[in-house]
Design a protein around this ligand. Structure first.
Ligand SMILES: Nc1ncnc2c1ncn2[C@@H]1O[C@H](COP(=O)(O)OP(=O)(O)OP(=O)(O)O)[C@@H](O)[C@H]1O
Length: 225
């Protein structure tokens, strides 16, 4: 098994207003396999978002390690973590964060500019990714001129465009109906497998479990399965 990301005895405590402490993650040890779709599931408040934020270098644990390519990324400087996020990672969220004033093509191509993708290859890569998500006929549509599923596909095209090694998706299908959601996750998985990327996704939706290569269940901050 080719592990791309691994946690070691991860804990995350949050101090709250009244001085008490919430243990959002407790002794989490997981392995994310390269080229696969790993799903983190659990009830609301079980720690999914906290975990995905730490894996994606958006937050640091209170204790423990996150090993990526043999390096503990929790120990890196903010600058190095910024770089890692920009080049090696991508994020897809529940509510699609597209630029409303830009059409589909411009949204994807803007992402490539932020990732400093080679200038002369941006247009071609943008077209290729929009075609891969089945939106070659919608390139000049703005978000308000597309359905929720189409918007989420633009967000996926944008996430995969700069060829990140890891893609984090926090409830990416929560606002879609079950059929659209399944269709999108299957597509996501195919794209990622073809391009040797890895997806880590949180979900509440039991119908997503069949599509996953590996499922981790969180309960009250602990991995229970
Ligand atoms: N910044 C914070 N400050 C204090 N407590 C927090 C903070 N972020 C999360 N928590 C607490 O940590 C626990 C885990 O929250 P988290 O958002 O990770 O859950 P989740 O499984 O993603 O939930 P949901 O499915 O509702 O998004 C919860 O008890 C939450 O109240």
């Amino acid at each position: 098994m080719d592990v791309i990301l691994r946690t070691e005895e991860l804990y995350r405590d949050f101090k709250i207003g009244d001085g008490s402490v919430v243990s959002a993650l407790k002794n989490v040890n997981i392995e994310i396999e390269k080229g696969k779709l790993t799903v983190l599931r659990g009830r609301s408040g079980s720690g999914k978002t906290t975990l995905i934020n730490i894996l994606g270098a958006l937050d640091r644990p209170t204790k423990g390690k996150v090993m990526f390519d043999g390096k503990d990324i929790t120990k890196l400087s903010e600058g190095a973590r910024d770089n890692l996020r920009r080049h090696d990672m991508a994020f897809v969220f529940q509510s699609v964060a597209l630029m409303s004033g830009m059409n589909a093509f411009e949204n994807v191509s803007f992402g490539l500019r932020l990732a400093k993708y080679p200038y002369d290859k941006r247009d071609e890569r943008t077209r290729e990714c929009l075609a891969a998500v089945g939106l070659d006929k919608r390139m000049t549509h703005r978000p308000s001129e597309m359905s929720g599923g189409e918007q989420q596909r633009v967000a996926i095209a944008r996430a995969i465009a700069h060829e990140p090694r890891l893609i984090f998706a926090d409830e990416p299908t929560a606002e879609l109906d079950t059929n659209t959601a399944l269709h999108i996750v299957k597509l996501f998985k195919e794209l990622v497998a073809k391009q040797n990327m890895t997806i880590i996704m949180t979900t509440h939706d039991p119908s997503m479990m069949d599509v996953a290569d590996k499922v981790y269940t969180l309960e009250d901050g602990e991995i229970v399965g």
